[in-house]
Design a protein around this ligand. Structure first.
Ligand SMILES: NC(=O)c1ccc[n+]([C@@H]2O[C@H](COP(=O)([O-])OP(=O)(O)OC[C@H]3O[C@@H](n4cnc5c(N)ncnc54)[C@H](OP(=O)(O)O)[C@@H]3O)[C@@H](O)[C@H]2O)c1
Length: 351
């Protein structure tokens, strides 16, 4: 396949909201793959909340601009001459991790991107390009939360806060693949999807405070408490009451920062983080370990997700697919910003 010298791409040119700072360019150079890297012709890219949350926030010394937005993709390897793992024509999905994107300006809402070998895996044929594009960040996050951070084992009980979120949907399937019993919070909009993905029980977070529902129905006294809580939302009240329903010496693993009004007070956030991490029980600290982490995407996570997909244990819910013209890309970011997407918001770029 011949590789053109230039490509079309979206670029973030300044700090701000997506519709203010994303510009379309038709003459950006096609990057060259270095040692241990491949050039991928992108089929689809997927959005993650972190992409648009960071756009108005990151100062220029932390992020090289202009930068191609987003990190997840599916596509076809078109130059694997310096790769040890892939050959031209391989169909793949993968990720440009945030720290690499921030440093290099690389991203995935473009026609061609260079990725490190270790950040890609072969796409199983059971997954469409649309589905595969949505897996990498949210899937690796769910994997790391349950396995490396949460140490979830077969036969254990896990509560996933935000079962309807993309990370939550992947976590349900991974927890079932690991042999766990899975209870999730969700609204009526995503209840059927959570059950179809394997959740054993659901709790509706919209009817009354979740911490009260769990204290009443899953108390340690009832023997229905959990070996692990994985909180994709970042609910402070759920953590503060967790000794009622999370077994002693087990972890409360969290990745989100709840912002009901779309605004997080940095002071409150930092004080909650400090309290959760440091406050001892004799000063009224919560007697359960609180573990916040930023995803470290390992090849083994992507390989497990691809294998589970091939085995029929894992798939990707797609909320919507948008064209990559201005109307489509801005509509995709608007959909993600509703915080109601039922799975991944995907952008169609190539074939
Ligand atoms: N720390 C990290 O490294 C890392 C990595 C990836 C993602 N994250 C964070 O993880 C969070 C989830 O990301 P995502 O991509 O999975 O989001 P997403 O797919 O956009 O999640 C949207 C869904 O979340 C559910 N939801 C919203 N508020 C809820 C609440 N209060 N309780 C329960 N469910 C609620 C809704 O489902 P219903 O239909 O059930 O209402 C909604 O459809 C984001 O904050 C993201 O920034 C962090």
């Amino acid at each position: 396949m011949s590789i053109p010298p230039t490509q079309s791409t979206w670029l973030q040119v300044a700090k701000g909201k997506p519709e203010e700072v994303l510009k379309f360019s038709t003459d950006a150079p096609v990057p060259k793959a270095g040692k241990g890297e491949v050039l991928v012709k992108i089929s689809h890219a997927a959005l993650n909340p972190v992409g648009s949350k960071m756009m108005p926030m990151l100062p220029s010394f932390m992020r090289k601009l202009p930068a191609v937005p987003e990190s997840d993709l599916s596509g076809t390897v078109v130059d694997a001459s310096d790769s040890t793992r892939f050959k031209n024509g391989d169909l793949v999905f993968g990720i440009i991790p945030a720290e690499l994107g921030f440093k290099t300006g690389r991203g995935t809402i473009c026609q061609y991107a260079v990725l490190k070998d270790e950040h890609l895996v072969l796409k199983p044929s059971v997954l469409s390009f649309e589905q595969a594009a949505g897996i990498s960040l949210a899937g690796a996050t769910a994997h790391q939360a349950l396995t490396q951070k949460g140490e979830l084992k077969a036969g254990e009980r896990v509560f996933i806060n935000g079962g309807g979120s993309s990370v939550g949907r992947f976590a349900i399937q991974i927890a079932k693949a690991l042999g766990a019993y899975v209870v999730v919070s969700c609204s009526s909009s995503s209840r059927q999807a959570c059950l179809a993905l394997g959740a054993d029980e659901t709790v509706d977070y919209t009817t009354s405070p979740l911490e009260s529902q769990l204290s009443n129905s899953y108390s340690l006294a009832s023997s229905l408490g959990f070996n692990l809580i994985f909180d994709t939302i970042g609910s402070q009240p759920l953590y503060l009451s967790s000794a009622n329903y999370l077994l002693p010496n087990r972890k409360y693993v969290v990745i989100g920062v709840e912002s009901p009004k779309g605004l997080v007070s940095t002071g409150k956030l930092l004080s909650d983080f400090g309290m959760n991490l440091l406050r001892p029980t004799w000063l009224n600290g919560t007697p359960r370990e609180w573990v916040f982490f930023l995803t470290d995407v390992k090849t083994s996570y992507l390989e497990d997700l691809a294998r589970w997909a091939a085995e029929g244990k894992f798939t990707c819910s797609v909320d919507s697919v948008h064209e990559w013209d201005q109307e489509g890309v801005f509509a995709a970011y608007a959909r993600l910003a509703t915080n109601k997407a039922q799975g991944k918001v995907v952008i169609r770029i190539g074939a």
